[in-house]
Design a protein around this ligand. Sequence first.
Ligand SMILES: *[C@@H]1O[C@H](CO)[C@@H](O)[C@H](O)[C@H]1NC(C)=O
Ligand SMILES: *[C@@H]1O[C@H](CO)[C@@H](O)[C@H](O)[C@H]1NC(C)=O
Ligand SMILES: *[C@@H]1O[C@H](CO)[C@@H](O)[C@H](O)[C@H]1NC(C)=O
Length: 541
Amino acid sequence: MKNLWLVLCIHVGLLLGKSFGAHFSQQPSDKVIVAGKSVTLPCVVIGYRGVVQWTMDGLALGAERDLPGWSRYSVVGEPSLGEHNLHIEGVELSDDAIYECQATQAALRSQRARLTVLLPPGDPMIPGSPVANVLLDVPYNLTCLAPIAKPAAEITWFRDGKKLDSAIYTKELLSDGKSEGSASSLLITPSLADTGSSYTCHVRNEALPEGREKSVTLSVQYPPKVTLSVEPPTITEGGSVTFLCSAVSNPEVSRYRWAKGGVPLAVSGDKYTVEVDHTFFTAPVSCEVSNSVGASNVSTAVNVFVAYLAPGPYHLYLSTVLSNGNTLLLTKVTREDAGVYVCKAIVPRMGTTEKEVTLMVRGPPVITSEAHYESILGGKARMECVIESTPAPDRIVWAWDKQSLEEGSWGRFSVETQVTEVGVVSYLVIDGTEQSDFYTEFNCSAINQYGEDSVIVSLRQQATLPLTFLLIAVGLGTLCIFVLVITSILCCRRPKKAVKDSQILAVDVSGSEPSVRHPSDSEEDLKEPLVRTKKKTRGMR
Ligand SMILES: *[C@@H]1O[C@H](CO)[C@@H](O)[C@H](O)[C@H]1NC(C)=O
Ligand SMILES: *[C@@H]1O[C@H](CO)[C@@H](O)[C@H](O)[C@H]1NC(C)=O
Ligand SMILES: *[C@@H]1O[C@H](CO)[C@@H](O)[C@H](O)[C@H]1NC(C)=O
């Protein structure tokens, strides 16, 4: 009875198979998969009991379910239910192909299914990373490589986190015919500001949407930048000077070399201390600093000169060297430039010679005076104003109330003029002062072709004291001191008015030689190195 049912069922099955035919109830379809994952392509055949096999790009994989020779491949599912699914373990790029499931005896073929295998990019490579040594101002090709990926990796550059768009992208199909290599080049011209900046290369494709990145830090290298200083900058012959060769460099300094007038010196550090003589004036000292990318050579001469002490309270300093050539050019001359200039010629090993030239600066008069003078009522009063003027003033006028006086006398008033070393001194003398004189403003003015100046002077009444013997003695003592003070004031007096620099002042040169204006007048001037030294002589005007 049991056998009978079985036979019946088989007969029914065969009957159905014959009447409806064998067919696929599930077929493989196109799939995209990332390498390394596993995949199962479905194939279920109903109403069929014969051989089922798979093809890959038209090549049959075999009839056995464990597919010998294809270690990662197997046919899985329940055969009695017609399941012949193709399972691929750990998909590789070589599995990227077109698959078909075939029921051979029924001449059935499934639809063709494309299995697309994606390959994520590996770590990008930047030659030189993590630190790329680049040369200052020399164009450098910063390249990022994403060697194997499918599809080709996109590459993006960032500088210090900011996206860059100037890179050039290239890709190529590799020999397996499936994966691609890509590269992105960024042409940079390093500046000093690029030192320490970080360039990041980011690679991604569909298989690795988040991507990967690699960074490189720039180290900008350059030959040493050298400054050679001399301490002290000017020196008298026989004094000791130190040359300091300071260099900024990347990479670090590897060597210092020194020479004097082209002759190498036995010095190796960044300092050279030596006693100077006149040869340092003509043979410059040079310092050459090297690092692994280059060398820089700088040189300097030393101002070696003989010290001068000029007379007067303002020149107790060492004079300054104003020029080493055979001319001295002064631009924007001011009153302060007036004075005595010394031109000194040094002939190495022969000696020195010098000449003085006086520079006078022409301009409007400058008057200095006390604001008040004292006098006893009924006594004699004497007011003065000192006029500094080159050329000499054309007129000196004293004016008060409605009166004015240039010279001679008028009633109680008289004018006296005196030419001194300091300038022209003009006195207004009142013989027998009256009360009103102490309320009057006296205006002393002077004029020359460049302009004029004036000051207001007034009189103050002095208390009359009983003339005791003691007071006469004290008075005499005070008078002595007063005379001394006045004398020193007159000697050292300075103009109280500032002269604007923009003021146009004529320049007159007087002296023993016209060589300031005409340096070629004397042939000897050209042959010898010249040093001009200015003596400041403000107190003498
Ligand atoms: C930069 O280097 C890459 C790789 O070496 C090269 O393919 C590219 O042509 C170079 N680009 C320039 C502008 O030199
Ligand atoms: C620096 O250059 C000058 C001029 O070319 C040369 O005379 C001198 O010897 C050089 N200095 C050094 C230390 O090489
Ligand atoms: C003094 O006299 C001069 C020349 O006459 C004049 O220019 C100037 O204004 C006078 N000064 C005063 C304060 O009156």
